[in-house]
Design a protein around this ligand. Structure first.
Ligand code: ZN
Length: 224
């Protein structure tokens, strides 16, 4: 009985100490949990924020270059460089597809795509437009898209990383085609271009069965 009494008198003390520690722990948790919860709610369950901004930047840039190439194409046509006009038309379509790839990923993350606002574009001679195109695409392939792909990987957004890499490969192809046209002083043969509707890769041979970038079947290629 005595032991029981002793135990009874000890127990509440022990209990209150446990309770006190428990309350402190609960308080600490109560402070921490809403903080984490808040952060999570704000970022819609850890959204890849930087990559979402990068997709928006890529969307606007690709839309702009798509429009630029369409204007370059008109200039080439006017200056009787029909084959260069066609090359710029194919490249313009390719850039539109890249813009759409970025927009689709944004929409997939329930993120609003801010509209592209056309600005004024200076259109030089055909040789100037080709040189500008090589320089712009060089910037994209050497630093912009490799960086965006790496960031998307770090933010665990593999679809965006893949999309940036596909855009990078398609842009490298643009450089090859533009450089070839420059080397030939604008006198390139008038050929049929096939643009992959999935990744924007430009194919110049009808003997290729699928896109080298994303394996889309040739049946789906757009003829330019
Ligand atoms: Zn493709």
């Amino acid at each position: 009985m005595k032991a029981h009494t002793h135990q009874a008198s000890y127990k509440p003390q022990h209990f209150s100490r446990t309770l006190f520690t428990g309350v402190l722990f609960a308080l600490a948790l109560a402070l921490l949990v809403p903080l984490c919860g808040c952060k999570k709610n704000e970022s819609k369950q850890s959204q890849p924020e930087i990559t979402l901004q990068n997709l928006q930047t890529a969307y606007v840039r690709e839309m702009r270059i798509g429009r630029e190439y369409a204007l370059f194409s008109q200039r080439a046509e006017r200056d009787r460089y029909g084959s260069i006009a066609n090359l710029f038309r194919a490249a313009s379509r390719s850039e539109q597809i890249h813009a759409e790839m970025a927009a689709a990923l944004l929409r997939g993350k329930s993120t609003e795509v801010k509209p592209f606002v056309p600005d004024s574009i200076t259109v030089g001679t055909v040789m100037q437009t080709l040189r500008l195109a090589v320089s712009d695409e060089g910037l994209e392939t050497e630093s912009m898209y490799p960086n965006l792909a790496r960031t998307a990987e770090l933010e665990k957004f593999p679809e965006a990383a893949e999309s940036f890499r596909r855009t990078l490969d398609a842009d490298k192809r643009h450089i090859e085609l533009f450089k070839d046209a420059l080397d030939k002083g604008g006198s390139i043969a008038r050929i049929q271009y096939y643009v992959c509707p999935t990744c924007g890769y430009i194919i110049t041979s009808d003997k290729i069965d699928e896109c080298p970038g994303c394996h889309t079947n040739k049946e789906k290629f757009e003829k330019i």
